[in-house]
Design a protein around this ligand. Structure first.
Ligand code: ATR
Length: 271
C-alpha cells in the first residue's frame, strides 16, 4: 500500500492522518498515512530513511517547513516564493516539494467562510514562516490592500520587500496598526500555538471584519473567543488544514476529495 506521513516535532496531536483516512475512504484510494516525529536535528536523515523505504510522500509541519524545501530535488514556484514546503512527493526517484498552505487558506476563506478576498482590506499579524507561506496566494486573489504587521517591524519590512512586485502589500508595526478599516484580520503569529494571548487591534478593523486564526482547535480558542466577545465574526484554521490536505491529496493521487464531510466530522474540534 502507498505510504504517506506528516512529519513534525511535536506531531502526535496532528489531525492529518484522520483527514487523509477520510479522503482515502471517500475516494476509494488505497493508502496509509501516519505520523512521523523527526528529531529536531534529524529531519534530513529521517526523511532519507522514510523515502528509501518506499514511501510516496509527506506533509511537513512545524518546525521543518524550511528544511522540507531544502531537502527536495526540485520545488514548485509557490514553494520557492514561500521559502518553505509543507508537501513532498517521491516521483521517479526524485523528491519534489510544494506548498499547499496558501491555497488551503484561500480555499477556506472563499469556500467555507464565504469571505471573498478580491477588493478587500487584509491585516496579517505576524511575519514568520507561517505568514510568509500565504502572502503570495493572498495577493493572487487581488485584495485592495494587505498590511503585514509584526512585533518586530523590520521583519515585516523584510517580508514585504519579497512580495512588493506581486500586489499592494505594506509593512506595519503591530504596536501601532494603521486604522485602515480592515475586512479581515489573520493571526499568523505563533502566539496561539505557544498558548500566548494576542490582542486584537479592534480600532483598525471594520465592524463586519472576520478574525481568522491560522492555528486551530484549543490553540486558537483564546483568540477566537476574544474576537467574538468584541462582536466580530471569528474562526480558527481547521478549514485551512483540511483544504491544504485536500490540495496535497490531489497532488499525490490525482483526485480531489470533498472537504465538506471532513469539516463536518471534525467540526466539534473547532475553536
Ligand atoms: P512561524 O513559523 O510559526 O511563523 P516564526 O517564524 O518563529 O514561527 O514566527 C513567529 C511569528 O509570531 C513572528 O512574526 C513573531 O513576531 P517577531 O518577529 O516579532 O518575533 C510572532 N510572535 C511570536 N510571539 C509573539 C507575541 N507574543 N506577540 C506578537 N507577535 C509574536
Amino acid at each position: 500500500m502507498d505510504r504517506y506521513a506528516v512529519v513534525g516535532h511535536p506531531v502526535s496531536h496532528s489531525l492529518s492522518p484522520r483527514i487523509h483516512a477520510i479522503f482515502a475512504r471517500a475516494t476509494g484510494e488505497a493508502l496509509e498515512y501516519s505520523v512521523l516525529e523527526a528529531p529536531l536535528d534529524g529531519f534530513d536523515s529521517a526523511m532519507r530513511e522514510f523515502f528509501a523505504s518506499g514511501a510516496r510522500g509527506a506533509n511537513v509541519t512545524l518546525p521543518f517547513k524550511v528544511e522540507g524545501l531544502a531537502f527536495a530535488h526540485s520545488a514548485s514556484e509557490r514553494a520557492k516564493i514561500a521559502g518553505a514546503a509543507n508537501f513532498l512527493a517521491a516521483r521517479d526517484g526524485r523528491i519534489e516539494a510544494d506548498n499547499t498552505d496558501g491555497a488551503g487558506l484561500v480555499a477556506d476563506l472563499e469556500r467555507n467562510a464565504r469571505f471573498s478576498i478580491r477588493g478587500r482590506r487584509i491585516l496579517m499579524m505576524g511575519a514568520g514562516g507561517a505568514a510568509r507561506g500565504v502572502v503570495a496566494p493572498l495577493l493572487a486573489q487581488a485584495p485592495a490592500l494587505l498590511v503585514v504587521a509584526n512585533r518586530t517591524p523590520d521583519r515585516a519590512r523584510e517580508l514585504v520587500g519579497r512580495f512588493e512586485s506581486l500586489g499592494p502589500v505594506r509593512a506595519a508595526d503591530l504596536a501601532s496598526v494603521p486604522r485602515e478599516g480592515f475586512d479581515l484580520v489573520l493571526n499568523a503569529t505563533s502566539t496561539s500555538v505557544h498558548g500566548e494571548a494576542l490582542a486584537l487591534p479592534r480600532e483598525a478593523l471594520s465592524r463586519n471584519a472576520l478574525a481568522y486564526d491560522m492555528a486551530y482547535g484549543k490553540s486558537a480558542q483564546a483568540f477566537v473567543a476574544a474576537a467574538r466577545a468584541s462582536g466580530f465574526r471569528a474562526c480558527d484554521g481547521l478549514g485551512m488544514l483540511v483544504e491544504q490536505a485536500a490540495e496535497s491529496f490531489e497532488l499525490w493521487r490525482g483526485r480531489r476529495p470533498a472537504t465538506a464531510p471532513v469539516l463536518e466530522e471534525l467540526g466539534p474540534l473547532r475553536a
